[in-house]
Ligand binder design. Structure first.
Ligand SMILES: *Cc1c(COP(=O)(O)O)cnc(C)c1O
Length: 167
């Protein structure tokens, strides 16, 4: 389950939501996957929906890049309601790791120092694309219309952003 909202003028955020629902259409209708996995985008995420979703969640994934302060209060609501947190050391995840102890969360990924060091060295998405076959296959499938067969070019800009502009 993925929930969120895009500001009206934020085109790339809207395209990312479109990608999530498009990947969902393929996975949710794949006979081999069957009932083992479903991708659900929570439309119109709002307090009345959060009141149902948050207490029901077993896992909460909060994986914003360390230093962007993008993990705010949703993460705390999930933790207070008993979900296990899978998170990066960003925003309120940091306090959530300090108070009950890091052994009570699943913390992973780059720390702020690692992010700063990589920024200095120069992040190059293509290095990862070239080195990790599964990542390359996923990016190629998104770029080539595997998830948007009726509009094969739909996600070209998303892939271009991830490969050439994303920090
Ligand atoms: C808590 C909450 C937010 C804010 O979540 P953050 O993780 O702080 O970005 C947004 N919308 C709803 C409905 C919420 O309950």
């Amino acid at each position: 389950m993925i929930g969120g909202k895009a500001a009206p003028g934020y085109h790339m955020a809207k395209m990312i939501i479109k990608l999530i629902t498009s990947v969902g259409n393929i996975i949710n209708n794949d006979p081999v996957v069957g009932d083992r996995l479903k991708v659900i985008y929570l439309e119109n995420y709002r307090v009345s929906l959060a009141e149902k979703v948050i207490p029901a969640a077993d896992l909460s994934q909060q994986i914003s890049t360390a230093g962007t302060e993008a993990s705010g209060t949703g993460n705390m609501k999930f933790m207070l309601n008993g979900a296990l947190t899978i998170g990066t050391m960003d925003g309120a995840n940091v306090e959530m790791a300090e108070e009950p102890g890091e052994e009570n969360l699943f913390i992973f990924g780059m720390r702020v120092e690692d992010v700063e060091a990589l920024d200095k060295k120069g992040y190059n998405a293509k290095e990862y694309y070239d080195r990790i076959p599964e990542l390359r296959q996923a990016m190629d499938q998104i770029r080539d219309g595997r998830f948007s067969p009726r509009e094969p070019d739909l996600f070209k800009d998303v892939v271009n952003m991830l490969m050439n502009h994303d920090r």
